[in-house]
Design a protein around this ligand. Structure first.
Ligand code: NI
Length: 334
C-alpha cells in the first residue's frame, strides 16, 4: 500500500521540488541566448555628456506682438526684456552622468528587437515637399541652452516622431561637445547660437553683446557646421542698440513660452503648448529640462492631431529668416 502511494506521488513531488528549487535555472534554460544584454538601440552614436550646467534657462518674457500673423515680423514690438525675475546665471545642477534616459517607456516585457519602438501611436506626417507655412498651419519647436545631458535622448524622441526642431546652442557646451552639435545638424535639425555666455544683451554694451553672440557663432563653426545667422538672445533680452550693432543676425525670439525651466512639469509644459500655440508659433523649450523627454512627444502628438506641421525656424520663413530684427510669427499668447 505504502509503496504504491509513494509511486503515485513521486512524480508530482519531484516536479514540485524542481519548480521550487531550480525554477529559475530551468526557466533560464528555456530562453536560449537571451543574455542580460542592454538594449543596444538606446546607446546613441554620440557621447552623452555629463556636464554641470552653468546655464540658467531663460525666464524670459514673452515677446508681445499686437498684430495677427505677420509673415515678415515687424521690428517694432519689443519683447520687453526687463521685468523677468531672472535668477543670476548660477549653475543649475544637472549632473546626470547616466547614459541618455530612454524616452520609450515601453510597457512590453519583451526585451528584443522591438524594444525601441515608440509606445505612442501618433506620427506626424512627413512633408514630401518644402512646406509653405503661408498655406499650411506650421509651428516650430525650439530648444535652448544645450548641448546638454538630455540631448541624445531628445534627438531620439524627435526622430521617432519624424519631427525637425531648432536648437540654440551655447558656446562653451558646443566647444565641449561638438559631436552632439554635429549629430543634431546631421539629423536635419536647424542650429543657431545662444551666444557664448548667457548674459543679457541689454546688460552689455551693444558691441560687447555682438561679440558674445559672434563668439557663440564661431564655436558652432569650430564644431564643423556653417556659421549660423540665427541667434536666440539669452533670456530673449534684446534692445534696438544690440540689433543695430549686429544687423546680420537673425534674432529669433518666440511666442509660446512653455516655462519648462520653471515648472519642470510635463503636464504644465504640454498645457502651455495646447493653450498658446497658434499658426506660425515659435515654441520655447529647453533641452536641459528632463521633463521635456515626455512633454515633447506629447506636445508633438497634440500639435499633429490639431493639424500642425512642425517645421524648423528657417522653414517657418520659407528658408529666408529676416536679419537685423526680432523674429517671431503669429499672434502672441494672451
Ligand atoms: Ni537660455
Amino acid at each position: 500500500m505504502g509503496k504504491s502511494l509513494w509511486r503515485a506521488w513521486r512524480l508530482p513531488l519531484l516536479l514540485a521540488l524542481l519548480v521550487l528549487g531550480g525554477g529559475t535555472a530551468a526557466f533560464a534554460m528555456m530562453l536560449p541566448g537571451d543574455k542580460a544584454a542592454p538594449p543596444a538601440q538606446e546607446t546613441p552614436a554620440v557621447v552623452t555628456p555629463s556636464i554641470t550646467e552653468p546655464v540658467t534657462p531663460s525666464p524670459s518674457p514673452s515677446p508681445s506682438v499686437s498684430s495677427a500673423v505677420n509673415p515678415s515680423p515687424s521690428p517694432s514690438p519689443s519683447p520687453s526684456p526687463s521685468p523677468s525675475p531672472s535668477p543670476s546665471p548660477s549653475p543649475s545642477p544637472s549632473p546626470s552622468s547616466s547614459p541618455s534616459p530612454s524616452p520609450t517607456a515601453s510597457p512590453s516585457p519583451s526585451p528584443d528587437m522591438e524594444a525601441s519602438a515608440s509606445a505612442t501611436p501618433v506620427k506626424c506626417p512627413v512633408p514630401t515637399e518644402p512646406v509653405d507655412c503661408s498655406q499650411v498651419k506650421c509651428a516650430a519647436l525650439t530648444f535652448d541652452d544645450g548641448p546638454g545631458p538630455h540631448l541624445a535622448a531628445l534627438l531620439e524622441v524627435l526622430e521617432q516622431k519624424n519631427t525637425k526642431a531648432t536648437f540654440f546652442f551655447q558656446g562653451p557646451w558646443v566647444a565641449k561637445y561638438p559631436e552632439l552639435v554635429k549629430a543634431t545638424a546631421e539629423q536635419g535639425h536647424a542650429v543657431g547660437t545662444h551666444a557664448w555666455s548667457h548674459t543679457r544683451m541689454t546688460d552689455q554694451k551693444p558691441k560687447d553683446a555682438c561679440g558674445n553672440a559672434a563668439r557663440g557663432q564661431r564655436s558652432i563653426v569650430d564644431a564643423g557646421l556653417e556659421a549660423p545667422a540665427m541667434l536666440r538672445p539669452p533670456y530673449g533680452s534684446l534692445n534696438d542698440g544690440a540689433i543695430a550693432a549686429c544687423p546680420t543676425f537673425q534674432f529669433v525670439l518666440w511666442n509660446v513660452d512653455t516655462e519648462d525651466w520653471l515648472t519642470k512639469d510635463e503636464a504644465k509644459i504640454v498645457g502651455h503648448v495646447k493653450k498658446d500655440t497658434k499658426p506660425g508659433s515659435i515654441i520655447l523649450m529647453h533641452e536641459t529640462v528632463e521633463a521635456n523627454l515626455t512633454a515633447v512627444p506629447k506636445s508633438i502628438d497634440w500639435l499633429c492631431s490639431k493639424g500642425y506641421t512642425l517645421v524648423t525656424v528657417p522653414e517657418l520663413f520659407g528658408g529666408d529668416v529676416p536679419r537685423g530684427q526680432r523674429i517671431f510669427k503669429g499672434p502672441a499668447p494672451g
